[in-house]
Design a protein around this ligand. Structure first.
Ligand SMILES: *[C@@H]1O[C@H](CO)[C@@H](O)[C@H](O)[C@H]1NC(C)=O
Ligand SMILES: *[C@@H]1O[C@H](CO)[C@@H](O)[C@H](O)[C@H]1NC(C)=O
Ligand SMILES: *[C@@H]1O[C@H](CO)[C@@H](O)[C@H](O)[C@H]1NC(C)=O
Ligand SMILES: *[C@@H]1O[C@H](CO)[C@@H](O)[C@H](O)[C@H]1NC(C)=O
Length: 390
């Protein structure tokens, strides 16, 4: 090869040689770019956060009961947040001026396209079903991504752009649903969609996930879609959450600032709001919390709360009426009965002691959850003020 090029260089006249030189430079820089891209690509691959078991689909709506409150086996456990509670009371006492327009991000969207970047294990199956039914009633198109072998929720910038472009290309009004981090359309100079999401008590969510990935139907269904998937270790399947936490098992240790990428890292609800940045990755950090809060405040029209379906539905109906009018009726007439079929019966109760052990390490996640809840209630109270109801 070098021989040939030398031979060529000797033989060709000057202008041709220049051309070849240019060509050579072009080829080598392409090669360089290619290598560089590959390097970037493999680095990105490493950064990817994987929601291994592609949390899908037929099953996840389990945690809703007839009155819309979660009914995993531990229905009446009451959660106490000693620190946050005080903050909450403080805010109520403020008698804040509730500016309904300031609380209404739907007004600031550029297109009638709803972007629901659903968080796994937060009853999003139920909400998808609700949206599907509403799409018929209220006349909008419903779109969601396919079942993935591995759900990649953090995307490289170019993939974010592709996603944002695709969603922006939907005709109005449309809904798009996907497990993915908050994607900032404005950053790509694309029209802002109407962002929505649902959150759940972070500890309940982690427990739910723990048993969800161990449920028998989960493997049967995954195996049907992806026959070559290996079966899990029986000892892993038999391990219960309590002993996992109490024995300090790796899977159930939640360490501040830890970057625990890869399969099954499913602990941070904030990740879905913080975005694709690597600053969002470390577990339970202030930085990720603040970014997540900012995205909610600035972009999300509504972030519902699984534990309070009624308030969530009322706020959705009033702040995003184009999509959600009549949502409460549709939910109670049609969706709720459907979701009860899919409850996870394989979820044993977890003691308050163990939950509190976990909760102690989920401080930012708890704070974020409380933040979303407060905002939902502020939106709700603003409605009451507006309609003259005390
Ligand atoms: C909570 O964090 C502490 C200190 O970082 C750690 O020692 C402990 O194992 C963690 N507990 C759980 C249940 O993750
Ligand atoms: C989204 O992008 C816009 C434009 O770059 C920026 O002004 C805004 O702060 C971003 N939002 C978040 C939550 O980062
Ligand atoms: C929620 O609303 C439904 C239907 O309006 C009602 O039957 C139910 O009691 C409400 N649940 C709560 C907890 O308020
Ligand atoms: C919020 O804004 C949307 C879009 O402009 C509007 O349809 C809806 O009625 C508003 N909701 C409230 C409570 O102001």
């Amino acid at each position: 090869m070098p021989k040939e090029s030398m031979w060529r260089q000797r033989r060709v006249p000057v202008p041709k040689r220049t051309i070849e030189l240019v060509a050579l430079m072009a080829i080598s820089s392409t090669l360089f770019l290619f290598l560089h891209t590959r390097d970037l690509h493999s680095r990105l691959k490493k950064m990817e956060v994987r929601l291994q078991p592609g949390e899908d689909d037929v099953l996840s709506a389990n945690q809703l009961s007839s009155d819309g409150i979660q009914t995993d086996s531990d229905t009446n456990s009451i959660v106490h947040y000693p620190n946050v509670q005080r903050v909450l009371v403080g805010q109520y006492e403020d008698r804040e001026a509730l500016d309904i327009d300031a609380l209404n991000n739907t007004r600031r969207s550029d297109r009638e396209v709803l972007f629901f970047n659903r968080v796994p294990k937060v009853g999003s199956q139920t909400f998808m079903e609700l949206l599907r039914r509403l799409s018929i009633k209220n006349g909008f198109s419903f779109n969601r991504d396919r079942v993935q072998r591995v759900e990649t929720i953090r995307l490289a910038p170019i993939e974010q752009l592709h996603l944002a472009r695709m969603v922006s290309s939907y005709s109005e009004p449309s809904v798009y649903v996907k497990h993915v981090c908050f994607t900032n359309f404005t950053e790509f100079h694309l029209p802002e969609p109407i962002y929505i999401n649902i959150v759940r008590d972070p500890v309940e969510r982690v427990i739910s996930w723990y048993y969800y990935v161990r449920a028998p139907w989960y493997y049967v269904e995954r195996k049907q879609i992806f026959p070559d998937l290996p079966l899990p270790d029986p000892n892993w399947l038999k391990k219960d959450f309590e002993s996992c936490v109490l024995k300090g098992d790796r899977e159930c240790r939640y360490l501040q600032g830890e970057i625990h990428e890869g399969i099954g890292d499913h602990r941070r609800q904030t990740l879905f709001f913080c975005g694709h940045s690597e600053k969002c990755t470390p577990f339970n950090t202030v930085g990720a919390l603040e970014r997540a809060k900012l995205a909610v405040e600035k972009h999300y029209a509504v972030v519902g709360v699984l534990e309070d379906i009624n308030t969530t539905l009322t706020v959705l109906e009033n702040y995003i009426p184009r999509f959600f009018q009549g949502a409460t009726d549709v939910y109670y007439d049609q969706v709720n009965s459907f979701t009860r079929i899919n409850r996870n019966f394989f979820k044993p109760p977890v003691s308050e002691e163990v939950k509190n052990l976990v909760r102690n390490n989920f401080t930012r996640e708890v704070e974020f959850y409380q933040f979303c809840k407060q905002r939902l209630y502020r939106q709700y109270r603003a409605l009451k003020l507006q309609s003259g109801v005390p």
